[in-house]
Design a protein around this ligand. Structure first.
Ligand code: SF4
Ligand code: SF4
Length: 177
């Protein structure tokens, strides 16, 4: 079976391994850092201008893959909502002794609330484990995108990249339209 972004819409392990936006394991073990899973050479670059610390470089050739400077990245997450491809997360592999966290863009309603236990999903949208919502960040400058911060068991830090959509009946209950 063919794998990879062109065939499945999901980057393969090989594509991610060669991706200049994915931090090294050494950096991941130091705490929050942007993980830019952008593996296609598309003409796109808003992530580069989004980083106030100059941690993302694409350069003059707009089809270059974004490159992360892990020493400059503070894990602030400002770049997450600027990516139209929803390719950027911020991962903290050392949230505590047992858990990691992943901050990801979420464009659906209803939104979860802090403390909710949800289905954490992988790049393919399939459930991986339970996640605990840490923060729900919805700012005017984010446009229609919310950034969710979610705690997960540490062993799934390389696998989980989002959460499953919540049932729509919650929309009515919370008036969260
Ligand atoms: S998380 Fe913050 S510091 Fe890191 S690349 Fe994104 S905008 Fe820059
Ligand atoms: S904004 Fe997103 S899709 Fe565009 S180059 Fe940056 S990471 Fe890739």
């Amino acid at each position: 079976m063919n794998t990879g972004i062109v065939y499945t819409g999901i980057p393969s392990a090989e594509e991610l391994a060669g991706c200049p936006g994915v931090p090294t394991e050494v950096r991941m073990k130091k705490g929050r850092v942007a993980v830019i899973e952008c593996v296609q050479q598309i003409p796109c670059n808003p992530c580069e201008g989004a980083c106030p610390f100059g941690a993302i470089t694409i350069g003059e050739q707009i089809t270059n893959l974004p490159c992360i400077d892990v020493d400059k990245c503070t894990g602030c997450g400002l770049c997450i909502v600027r990516c139209p491809g929803l390719a950027i997360t911020v991962v903290d592999k050392v949230l505590n002794e047992l858990e990691a966290s992943v901050d990801f863009p979420f464009e659906y309603i209803p939104l979860p609330a802090e403390g909710d236990i949800v289905e954490a999903v992988g790049r393919d949208g399939q459930p991986v484990c339970k996640g605990r919502i840490l923060k729900v960040k919805k700012l005017p400058s984010y446009g229609g995108t919310t950034v969710i911060s979610m705690a997960i068991p540490a062993e799934y830090a390389d696998t989980v990249r989002s959460m499953k959509r919540l049932p729509t009946e919650r929309t009515d209950k919370r008036g969260d339209k």
